[in-house]
Every structure is written in structure tokens, then in C-alpha cells.
Design a protein around this ligand. Sequence first.
Ligand code: G3I
Length: 341
Amino acid sequence: ARKGKRRFGSAFGWSPPGADAGSFANPAYAALLERECGVLVPENELKWQALRPDAASFAFDRVDAMLDYAMRQGMAVRGHTLLWHRPKWMPAWAESHDFGSTPATEAERLLTTHIETVMRHCGPRIASWDVVNEAVDPETGGLIEIALSRAMGGAQQSIDLAFHTARAHAPAAELVYNDFMSWGAGSATHRTGVLRLLEGFRARGVPVDTLGIQSHLVTNGPDIAATVARQESDWRAFLDAVVAMGYRLIITELDVRDTGLAAPFAVRDPLVADYTRAYLDIMLGYPQLGDVLVWGMCDKYSWLDGFDPRDDGKPRRGCCYDPDFRATPMRAAIAAAFAGR
Ligand code: G3I
């Protein structure tokens, strides 16, 4: 998948050499990246939380090391993310920032300075950006407010400004709105909210090229065919509406939470693979779909166990490689889906 138009890639991390982490500095992990990936994305290091110790400074050391590595390896890099539109994932200082007597002006200055500085620093080394991440409330479909957006008079202002600023500083880059609305039945409100946001972008002339579909899949039971059948038509209706507005698509954070699947691994792994294959067969059928990125190559370092441990206490198996760096059936499923196109 390295050389084709549609690339396969993964999130990766920074760690000091010798640390056991999903990082390019870990030779076992780097070997997976170098063998499989044409495009990488820093899992955390480009977020405000990592880059911005305070309102005045930027800490680019980790990002620079990651970009240097990717360039040396001839791999492309995506940028994640210029604005994660959730109070929880902005730095505490930004959420309690004193916007002074002209809050809108100060908030705009803070946001545009951030985006300009990060985009200038990375320059053409990053050609695709998750400009805004997760701004839609899955429960209501409305937009989530953060301190910056409140100071500007509402989330529409901060989100639109982020995209306009990004376009001004990287006219050739792909600008992405990235979110986790899924094909699950519980995501209908979320999907509707995302469609409304995308329609608004087009109506107001906001420069957004692509919908980033995170693709944190949840299996929800052992009968994969039935789960897929339940979800497919709503999902296609959503995708059809998105591409009808002229958006491109990319898969930005694929992994699988094998919830409701019985142990042992010999049973769980093929079900995860089947679910991944069914999902990718639908997605890869859209000519508007570009790159496919997984959210980490290896279960050993995935966020999934920490975020959502299984009820039975068994480790999650939602990546292409198991904790011992052996390929899982999911890897073969992805390769087969790519090969079929
Ligand atoms: O690096 C610090 C470390 O110095 C500190 O000691 C430790 C104590 O909490 O925290 C470390 O930072 C953690 C960071 O991951 C790196 O491990 C943060 O606390 C932790 O919140 C952070 O979690 C990340 C999460 O986003 C929030 O930024 C996950 O790794 C990352 O996989 C996850 O990724 C998100 C995407 O950005 C957006 N889509 C959903 C996806 C999964 O939640």
C-alpha cells in the first residue's frame, strides 16, 4: 500500500530512545511503521496540550524529531490537530484564559497565532491537516463550546476561523474536519450533527476539503454479519450525503473495540478481522476515499485498554499486530481489502 494513490498509515508517538512505547524511537515499533506505512500521524504531539505549555510558548522538539524521522524514511505526515474543540482536551490554561476587555479579538489572536505558527513551523512537511477535531456533541448534534469559542460569540466562529486561517497559511494543504461519528445505531444524532456542520461550511464558503472518519469501530456482539447488516444502509446514506456535498473522505484513526465477543483470542481475532474487512469493503468502494490510517500499529501500545478495558479483563485486540508484534488476522483483512481495489 506504500506506493499507490491511496496510502496505508498509522499513528505513532514520541518517546526517549529505549522507552517501551509506540514510538519511532522503539526499534520494534519503528520496524512495523517502516514495513507497512506510507503516511504517519503524531498521536498526541501536535495537540495544544502537547505543544502549548502556556499562551506565549510553543514546544516543537518532539514534533521536529517525528518529522525528521518520517522525512528520512520517505513517509508522508498528517497533522492532528490544530483545534480539538472540547474543553477537556484543551490545555487548562486555555480554558481559564483571561480574554480581557476585548474577548473576541483576544480569542481570535490566540487561535490564529496558534494555527499560523504551527503551520509555518511544519511547512510543506505536512500536507494534510485535521484542522478541527470533534466539535459536534454526540448527544445533541449541536456544537461544543470551548473557552475560545465562547469569547468569539460561539463555536461556529472559532471553527470557521480555524479553517480560513489554515487555508491562508497552507493553500495547497488538504483541510480536514475530523470526528468519530460511527456507523453504529447510537450514532444517528452525531451523524446528523456532522452533516449539519458540513452543510454550513458549504453555505458559508468555509474552506473544508475532507471529512476525516476516525473509525474507532465497536463490534457489539459475535454475529458480525448481522451487525454489519443493521448498520450498513444508514452508514451509506451518511457517506452519500457527505460526498454529494463535494467532500473527500479519509479514514484517520481505524481500530476495533471487540466488545461483546467471547474469548479466546482464536475466536475474537477473526471476528475483529471480519468486521474490519466488511467496513473497509464499504469505505474503499467510495472513489472519494483517500488514505486509510490506523490509530497505532500494535495492541501493546494502543489507547484502547486504558480508555475502555474489557469487562472480562482480557487485553483488547483491536490493532494489526498483537502485543508480541505478531500480525493479527486484522492485518490480513486490511491487506485483502486493499488488494481487492
Ligand atoms: O505524556 C504525558 C506524560 O508525561 C504524563 O505523565 C501522563 C500522565 O497522565 O500523561 C501523558 O500524556 C497522555 C498522552 O495520552 C500520552 O500518553 C495524556 O494524559 C492522555 O490524555 C493522552 O491520551 C490521548 C488522548 O487522545 C487525549 O489526547 C491518547 O493517547 C490518544 O490515543 C487519544 O487520541 C484520540 C484522538 O486524538 C482523537 N480521536 C480519538 C482518539 C482516541 O481517544
